[in-house]
Write a protein that binds this ligand. Structure first.
Ligand SMILES: CC(C)(COP(=O)(O)OP(=O)(O)OC[C@H]1O[C@@H](n2cnc3c(N)ncnc32)[C@H](O)[C@@H]1OP(=O)(O)O)[C@@H](O)C(=O)NCCC(=O)NCCS
Length: 119
């Protein structure tokens, strides 16, 4: 089964989250949090958090019907050395997911494609 998921969010929705560890800890995985706390630019923090949230929603949509469900914090959206995003799932599941992310000043959007849902 292959599948696709998409999500778009308003960045300002996360204004109250960026300086509140209790709130951003509900969204970010441990690896993402390590990176997030190193970001000093406020608008990049907002974009990072909004983008990760959109990406996780897109991944959850792509994984619907696989029989597996993941919390936000069990999904890590990380970046390769060229900046391109990739997904790591907790629990050792081997789903291969393609991800693309984009930000504007106001919005973040993500598309996720599950390519090996049969395995
Ligand atoms: C990658 C690129 C297209 C991003 O476009 P942009 O309009 O500036 O920014 P967007 O908001 O649309 O996209 C940003 C997201 O693209 C993704 N991205 C970054 N680099 C990427 C790449 N090489 N390939 C695919 N996606 C990439 C990231 O997920 C990023 O969001 P994040 O940092 O929050 O994870 C642009 O930076 C570019 O053309 N770079 C030159 C090509 C390149 O590979 N540069 C790497 C230098 S080593």
């Amino acid at each position: 089964m292959r599948n696709i998921g998409i999500d778009i969010v308003e960045n300002k929705r996360f204004n109250a989250f960026i300086d509140n560890p209790r709130k951003y800890s509900r969204i970010l995985s441990a690896k993402e949090k390590d990176l997030f706390v190193q970001i000093t630019n406020k608008s990049r923090k907002l974009e990072y958090l909004a983008g990760r949230f959109a990406a996780k929603e897109a991944v959850i949509k792509a994984l619907a019907h696989t029989g597996y469900s993941f919390s936000y914090t069990a999904i890590s959206v990380l970046n390769r050395s060229d900046g391109s995003p990739y997904v790591e799932l907790e629990n050792g599941t081997e789903f291969k997911i393609l991800l693309s992310l984009s930000h504007s000043k106001d919005n973040s959007v993500a598309v996720a494609i599950l390519v090996n849902g049969d395995e």
